[in-house]
Design a protein around this ligand. Structure first.
Ligand code: IMP
Ligand code: MG
Length: 210
């Protein structure tokens, strides 16, 4: 690729050649299998943004992003919604460093503003068991919001334990642990511009420098 700092080594792997070390490319890490390419994500976000702009025309919705995973989706999505809006963030406990949810939900960072009478759009990266979202949506409704809707980039429907209505959905996906575009495994891989299946989670930390 033109402008890429990477070259292929003798084994055909992509590496960043420096004078002292060979640093492997994260985006072409062999432990990842691309599920949704970057261009497809961006195309879908355009579509969702236009749909939301049409349906909220004449209103001033408040988009609430769930930290940290949804930040990336939120920042692209809001630039595709061509009406006045504002954003806030919340942090909710979900997975620790493992690939399965604990089922326990706690608010780690709450909103800085009252939402009474506001039209809320919760922005989430993925709905998995639905435990986090069913708790969060009920919590926001109880604060007197005029309406609460949900936009999620990914839906892993097979894993659902609580019913959650997704008003605007990017992509349904099968039951695989996925990373990239904000989604992490032990805080790694959020920077991938695409969504990938993590083939071997155990290998993730072994190869990392401090
Ligand atoms: P839920 O409460 O089980 O629906 O979990 C929601 C949260 O778990 C998401 O916001 C993600 O942070 C995390 N999560 C669920 N599935 C995945 C995955 O496949 N990869 C990375 N994080 C995930
Ligand atoms: Mg999340």
């Amino acid at each position: 690729m033109k402008g890429s700092p990477y070259a292929n080594n003798d084994e055909g792997e992509k590496i960043l050649a420096t004078s002292s070390a060979q640093i492997h490319s994260e985006f072409s890490n062999p432990n990842l299998e691309v599920l949704i390419p970057a261009a497809e994500i961006q195309r879908k976000i355009e579509e969702l943004g236009q749909q939301i702009a049409r349906e909220y025309a004449g209103r001033n919705p408040l988009l609430i992003g769930v930290l940290k995973g949804a930040c990336f989706f939120l920042s692209d999505l809001l630039r595709a919604i061509d009406i006045p809006l504002s954003i806030e963030f919340m942090a909710i406990s979900s997975y620790g460093s493992s690939t399965r949810t604990s089922g326990e939900v706690r608010i780690l960072k709450d909103l800085d503003v009252p939402i009474e009478g506001r039209h809320i759009i919760v922005v989430e990266d993925i709905v998995d068991t639905g435990l986090t979202l069913s708790y969060l949506l009920a919590n926001l409704k109880s604060r007197g919001a005029a309406s609460v809707k949900l936009v999620a980039l990914l839906d892993k429907h097979e894993r659902r334990q609580r019913e959650v209505e997704i008003d605007y959905l990017g992509f349904p996906i099968p039951d695989h642990f996925v990373v990239g575009y904000g989604l992490d495994f032990a805080e790694r891989y959020r920077n991938l511009p695409f969504i990938a299946v993590l083939k071997n989670p155990e290998a993730t930390q072994l190869e990392l420098p401090k």
